[in-house]
Design a protein around this ligand. Structure first.
Ligand code: URA
Length: 222
């Protein structure tokens, strides 16, 4: 099915039961931020907090992402954030490549063709493998520009969940690498969309926005 507006796509997405993953989740999660943004951030798939709120990257990984974005002058409300996989896999396991391909063919591909970002930041291995190809490796390919099959300029960086597991010198090194990857993404985005403000003039009340979405969400299945 092809959607002509982002609203139609979101409505159908929230009712999706096309694969078994939705049985173990409260439901599919959609996006957050602005569909008008030239910057799209693609994560892996929802965790527990995201499943509860119905919004991607709002739990511990999302909070670290917000800090990393702040260091390069971006607020989340001015970007568009989404995931390869829309439903939380049982016990938070990493989704398989096949699950990613199935879900993204139904949703992410169409999101990208409606949002038409100028730049994509892929967070972690699942997003990188979907956007660059299954042989891509995050340790080798992060920080390198490539063009997705949608014709969009993309760069991958480490997933914030990976940073949250690191300590000591490894953490310091990985944080710098993420900073340089994000800075490169923002520079490219400003070059391709010079009139777009990537930082909100007022600090956005993200919790209020997310809480609204949480209230609209159905109660958990038993
Ligand atoms: N990790 C992701 O990649 N996406 C989310 O929405 C939450 C955690």
């Amino acid at each position: 099915m092809t959607y002509s507006t982002h609203e139609q796509l979101e409505q159908s997405l929230l009712a999706c039961d096309a694969c078994p993953l939705c049985r173990d989740a409260i439901g599919p999660t959609s996006y957050n931020g602005s569909p008008l943004s030239p910057l799209t951030i693609v994560g892996e798939g929802p965790g527990g907090v995201e499943d509860e709120y119905g919004v991607p990257l709002v739990g511990p990984s999302g909070q670290l992402l917000d800090k990393a974005l702040a260091s390069v002058g971006v607020t989340r409300d001015r970007a568009y954030t989404t995931n390869v996989i829309k439903c939380r896999p049982k016990n938070n396991r990493t989704p398989t490549i096949e699950e990613g391909q199935f879900c993204a063919a139904a949703w992410l591909d169409q999101e990208l063709s409606l949002v038409k970002p100028k730049v994509i930041i892929a967070l972690g291995s699942v997003a990188l493998k979907y956007l660059m190809g299954p042989t891509a490796r995050i340790t080798k390919d992060r920080g390198r520009w490539f063009t997705t099959k949608h014709g969009i300029q993309a760069i991958a960086t480490y997933h914030p969940a990976y940073l949250l597991r690191l300590t000591g010198k490894d953490l310091v090194k990985a944080k710098w690498e993420v900073f340089y990857d994000l800075r490169s993404a923002i520079e490219k985005c400003q070059e391709l969309a010079p009139d777009y403000l990537l930082k909100s003039p007022e600090p956005p009340d993200l919790l209020a926005l997310y809480s609204q979405r949480r209230q609209q969400r159905q109660t958990p299945k038993q």
